[in-house]
Design a protein around this ligand. Structure first.
Ligand SMILES: O=C(CO)[C@@H](O)[C@H](O)COP(=O)(O)O
Ligand SMILES: [Fe+2]
Length: 209
């Protein structure tokens, strides 16, 4: 299928007892990246993968790893995720005051730095970081779980970010994460999303691939 966006299926909705097979499935279905949701049971009320699991998956595919840290204090352990094989490492603005420093450290390690914001955080909170980041991940659900419904008003942030990018010649790409399925895909794309993350819809056959 010829598509004009980066498809980043999230293994959060895969069978955790067969994550290697999930990577193969993503490749077969034309996924461009693998989205890996790291949850610490603190920043979000759920717990998922850590660096050892990511390092094991790294041996099974050459697709880029889009690691989404939903963790408190991401600066404390970001290097383990880089060592494990993250290509894009995204952390939450709500979890890190010293974001400039963390972005620099990710860049010094030779990886792409992403910043994410939950539905209640406005784009204005990212103002100082817009010239620095490679990716902005707009959460369209409250993070922590797959299978939730996309909050349509969050897509306004995608429009705002794309406008700011154009006006200021910034280089970031914009990703939409949460509740994207065959019904909501068009709205995410028409808002200007460059990357589409999809978990439950992709693994249940409710995503147009
Ligand atoms: O970051 C998250 C959830 O916190 C996402 O990456 C989910 O994995 C997306 O799942 P769906 O909403 O597509 O089921
Ligand atoms: Fe995610």
């Amino acid at each position: 299928m010829n598509k004009e966006y980066i498809l980043a299926p999230s293994v959060l909705s895969a069978d955790f007892s067969a994550l290697g097979d999930a990577l193969q499935f993503i490749e077969q279905k034309g996924g461009d990246w693998v989205h890996i949701d790291v949850m610490d049971g603190h920043f979000v009320p759920n717990l998922t993968f850590g660096p050892p699991v990511i390092a094991a998956l790294r041996k099974r595919t050459s697709l880029p790893f889009d690691v989404h840290l939903m963790t408190s204090n991401p600066a404390e352990h970001f290097d383990s995720y880089i060592e494990a094989g993250a290509d894009y490492l995204t952390f939450h603005i709500e979890a890190e005051i010293h974001a400039h420093r963390l972005i620099s450290r990710i860049h010094e390690a030779g990886r792409k730095a992403g910043i994410s914001l939950v539905p209640s955080t406005p784009v204005s909170s990212l103002k100082e970081l817009l010239p620095l980041v490679d990716l902005i991940l707009v959460m369209t659900v409250d993070p922590g779980f797959g299978g939730q419904s996309l909050i349509p008003s969050c897509l306004e942030k995608v429009r705002e970010l794309k406008k700011l990018k154009q006006e200021n010649d910034f280089s970031y790409i914009v990703s939409v994460d949460g509740g994207v399925n065959s019904r909501t895909l068009d709205s995410a794309l028409s808002a200007g999303s460059d990357v589409i993350v999809t978990g439950s819809a992709f693994f249940s056959g409710n995503f147009p691939v």
